[in-house]
Write a protein that binds this ligand. Structure first.
Ligand code: ADP
Ligand code: MG
Length: 137
């Protein structure tokens, strides 16, 4: 069964919509194989988003991701990577389709409620960044 990494970002945690977002996954055939709430350090956030380090928004992205606690999850199901990306909606919530998580819970391109792995390869790397084997069921 395919797995992917999801992060409920600080804006959505602050808004109190953890349960509503998890419900989107469980109602659409994705199981929560692992879940934890944590506070990212600056070092963690920089390492996690290292692929974006040359982008102009990198500094803001890191600052935002450490601005409050996040909820990190492993989602499991058929075509989990693509299914999760479909449920999330476009990076910019203003362009996200109605009924997607970002359309319903996000305010702006930087505070956009959720992260999801963009490929199977990155999903494996991102899951290993946060979880040990014995934390995933
Ligand atoms: P996604 O999260 O949809 O996979 P990216 O991987 O391209 O999007 O970007 C990672 C994160 O960086 C985005 O979720 C968003 O929070 C932030 N970001 C991306 N593009 C911009 C931008 N143009 N301005 C500000 N923040 C951005
Ligand atoms: Mg991405």
């Amino acid at each position: 069964m395919e797995q992917t990494l999801s992060i409920i970002k600080p804006d959505a945690v602050q808004k109190g919509v953890i349960g509503k977002i998890i419900d989107r996954f469980e109602s659409n055939g994705l199981k929560i194989a692992a879940v934890k709430k944590l506070q990212l350090s600056e070092c963690d956030a920089k390492a996690f988003y290292a692929v974006h380090k040359e982008r102009p928004f990198f500094g803001e992205l890191v600052k935002f991701m450490i601005s409050g606690p996040v909820v990190v999850m492993v989602l499991e199901g058929e075509n989990a990577v693509i299914k999760n990306r479909d449920l999330m909606g476009a990076t910019n919530p203003k362009e996200a389709k109605a009924g997607t998580i970002r359309a319903d819970f996000a305010e702006s391109i930087d505070a956009n409620a959720i992260h999801g792995s963009d490929s199977k390869e990155n999903a494996k790397i991102e899951i290993e960044f946060f979880f040990s084997k014995r934390e995933i069921y």
